[in-house]
Design a protein around this ligand. Structure first.
Ligand code: ARG
Length: 298
């Protein structure tokens, strides 16, 4: 059985930073040298792709579309679990054109058997994909954010479509406009998160479900490095260049960071995780090798 993670990336050819829909975006900086920035983005993308392949991922690269620069962040395109894709509804008009493109892409994946069901949320029921809805294989639930981008109303749709528990996580600031900027699941069940990004209620939901020793607090500096926006594969974490503090904490817990300079994408408010979309997550997946071994002999 193939257990390698399957990850979708979108080619950065049409990537740029010309509008500003989150506080990290810097169109003025991009405008100083658009060609140089584009070139740097392509290099960074290629390095990210190699890093993902290096930790054992199967990587698929879809073409982007001219005029839709943020397609390079496919984490926002859909929530995918058990071969079922729930396609996003974007809050800002600047990204709404991506919906039809991603819908086509997912239908294509369905016709070649990679997905079994593809549906889209109703219009105006905003939900920005896996960027705002993160599957937790340890606790068997979705952590689903609402606030700056996704609507609270999307949560019950998610729960109905996937038949899974959805824990509401209200975001407290525009800076952490997607959950994946401030909340990351590690393969050992730990959660790396930035507490000020979550409302008191969301923090309570988190603390009720996760033992204190599995909660790792990120700092403002980690946030600025987009270090929480990481892709976790086994004991490896693929991310942008991180802080020595966080690198040390992760190392102590048995994780190795694989760091790529993603600064051209940070100019748009993105890091490693949001440049990816995992297509192979399964709710039946066993989370520890120990449990798997027992299953085989049972
Ligand atoms: N410029 C993009 C936006 O504002 C960045 C998206 C990054 N995605 C993420 N899941 N954090 O929508």
């Amino acid at each position: 059985m193939n257990t390698r993670p399957t990850i979708l990336l979108v080619d950065p050819r049409y990537y740029d930073v010309k509008y500003r829909i989150n506080p990290w975006m810097q169109p003025a900086l991009w405008a100083r040298d658009p060609q140089g920035m584009q070139w740097a983005a392509v290099q960074a993308f290629n390095e990210l792709k190699l890093a993902l392949q290096g930790v054992g991922c199967n990587v698929m690269v879809a073409m982007g579309t001219a005029g839709l620069p943020d397609m390079v962040f496919p984490a926002n395109a859909a929530i995918v679990l058990d071969g079922r894709a729930l396609v996003a509804r974007f809050r800002y008009p600047q990204r709404q054109g991506e919906e039809v493109e991603f819908l086509k892409l997912f239908k294509g994946l369905q016709s070649c058997g990679l997905l079994s069901a593809v549906e889209q949320l109703p219009e105006s029921c905003y939900q920005e994909g896996a960027g705002d809805c993160i599957w937790d294989a340890h606790r068997h639930l979705f952590w689903a954010a609402y606030g700056p981008r996704s609507s609270e109303a999307a949560l019950e749709r998610i729960s109905a479509f996937f038949s899974q528990e959805v824990v509401p996580m209200e975001l407290a600031s525009e800076r952490c406009y997607h959950l994946d900027v401030c909340f990351c699941l590690l393969s050992g069940g730990e959660i790396l998160y930035y507490p000020p990004a979550l409302t008191a209620k969301a923090l309570q939901h988190l603390r009720e479900r996760v033992a204190p020793d599995l909660l790792i607090e990120a700092t403002e500096d980690d946030l600025r490095h987009f270090s929480i926006n990481a892709v976790s594969v086994d004991r490896k974490l693929v991310m942008g260049k991180t802080t020595s503090r966080l690198r040390g904490i992760l190392k102590e817990r048995g994780y190795e960071t694989i760091e790529v300079d993603l600064s051209p994408f940070m100019l748009s408010g993105g890091g490693a995780y949001c440049m990816t979309l995992r297509l192979d997550r399964s709710s039946a997946a066993r989370v520890t090798p120990h449990v798997e071994a027992k299953m085989v002999t049972a």
